[in-house]
Design a binder for this molecule. Sequence first.
Ligand SMILES: *Cc1c(COP(=O)(O)O)cnc(C)c1O
Length: 377
Amino acid sequence: MVHLGRPPVSPGGPVNPAIVLSSTFHQGGDPVYGRDGNPTWDALETAVGGLEGGDAVAFASGLAAIASVIETLPVVGRVVVAGDAYSGTRRFLADVAGRGRLRFRTTEVADTEATLAACAGMVQAPNRPSRREGFADGGLLWLESPTNPLLAVADLPALIDGAHSLGLDVAVDNTFATPLLQQPLDLGADVVVHSATKLLSGHSDVVLGMAVTRRPDVLAALRLRRSLHGAAAGPFEAWLTLRGLRTLAVRLDRAQASAGDLARRLVGHPGVTSVRYPGLPSDPGHDRASVQMRGFGAMVAFEVAGGPGAAEAVSTGVRVATAATSLGGVETLIERRGRWVMEEDLPPALLRLSVGIEDVEDLWEDLDRAISEATGG
Ligand SMILES: *Cc1c(COP(=O)(O)O)cnc(C)c1O
């Protein structure tokens, strides 16, 4: 993480890669054109590929990476997706399905049996694919673990093996865990995607995505999608992501230690009715996460008494944390997720907390006061 993607050692040469701001390159070599390649992407792709254990492709955003993976499916594509996967992923699937180009089913990813049953049902449904490129005709199991925002933990090894034996390929959105906590390619996943907008870049100043794979056919299909869709990452954004990545280990250590601490204290708060954090021994995902992950991450979800109004009041009542969407930055962010399209099924008083690197006592004082004021608890 600290050393990958640096230029070769040469006396007087720079320690960091350059930001190459050029739309075109002298003919006769590679890259040729700025939508197809850029040396600053190469540096970032080397680093993220090294961390996940595959070949990485940088995209203009996390959703561009997700869309590119899904667009490699033959038409009519088949997808089984975590029912509480990132709402943008489900919106994209619904949009493409609405135009008849794929069919998808949602599933509770924490329920291994139900998820594999959904995969089996998908495979048995009749299908006449029109083209073949990248992923197989069997379809795709789209996993996210822990999920955004309910923090459900999927049994990744069992689901990946089970889906493969049914003929499906498997994609894992690893945004919440990062390669420091789990490496799905090592468990057999065909492709991993990231919203590098979040923890990888880490400072809420970049929108960028990554996809990583060990399969040469999938790698080629993803690079082609990036060029054809014009989903090219900005060189400056690629550089900022690489710069942020250098400190991921210390940021994540601090943030997840504080997340664990805050989750435990939230459980005891009279204004809080439930807390989801895989690090809590009482959490339904705890045992699985303990085996599968090297840490429990920096995201906490909790519900407050008093309904959506009280939850909104907590998010606007905090002063150290910031009321805003997104996650994974050095600053703590909080929001009521139910305010979003495609998130209407969530508990209305659910707040998602992305824990940053501030002093944990400052964070707790802030949350404790804002919750008490909003719930009268
Ligand atoms: C934010 C997010 C995305 C989308 O990434 P963008 O960079 O915003 O396009 C995808 N998956 C998860 C889990 C996310 O949190």
